[in-house]
Design a protein around this ligand. Structure first.
Ligand code: 4NP
Length: 176
């Protein structure tokens, strides 16, 4: 059961393109996959001028690095190119983005902690809040495991991002 509906997206008010930032720990596996997959789906639906997509990590361990080679390989096999360079998520990102979407509950907690005055709570979600099959609510960290974990991440991210676009579609400025 999908838990977020378009009515829950109260923070989407500006006339600018809808801005979405996906967040994981290192910004080299899960959130770059979500960024690339969501951008691909947005483009395929003709919404590229209406949606801005980015990703970042709660930690800076891998800042400046491209996405993990296994993440890139699986995305490539599915016609999706991952172009991101890892960067740390900053307070200014909470101010800037309309939606900030965490991959797991620890990332989600770290984002809520960064939002020390509680100003941005309504724009912080878990990606699997949008998943029609949300499981335990998390996109599992594949970093220390084998290729199967990366394949599972891709599958979860694809399904969740398709549903995310359906959810935000009524909020796009020109959704004809
Ligand atoms: P990500 O995966 O959060 O999906 O990018 C990880 C990348 C690096 C580390 C952990 C998770 N690390 O511990 O360096």
């Amino acid at each position: 059961m999908q838990t977020v509906t378009s009515l829950d997206l109260k923070t989407i008010t500006s006339e600018e393109p809808l801005s979405v930032c996906f967040v994981c720990l290192g910004n080299i596996c899960r959130s770059p996959t979500a960024e690339g997959v969501f951008q691909h789906i947005v483009n395929k639906n003709g919404f590229s001028s209406l949606v801005e997509v980015d990703s970042a990590g709660t930690a800076a361990y891998h800042a400046g690095e491209p996405a993990n080679s296994k993440s890139r390989m699986i995305a490539d096999q599915n016609g999706v190119t991952l172009n991101s360079k890892a960067r740390k998520f900053e307070y200014s990102d909470l101010e800037y983005f309309d939606l900030v979407i965490a991959m797991d509950k620890e990332n989600h907690r770290d984002l809520l902690r960064l939002d020390r005055k509680g100003l941005f709570r309504d724009k912080i979600f878990l990606l699997r809040d949008f998943d029609p099959m949300p499981g335990d609510g998390e996109v599992p960290d594949p970093y220390y495991g084998g290729i199967n974990g990366f394949e599972l991440v891709y599958e979860i991210v694809l399904r969740s991002c398709e549903s995310l676009l359906d959810t935000v579609r009524p909020h796009l400025k020109n959704n004809s």
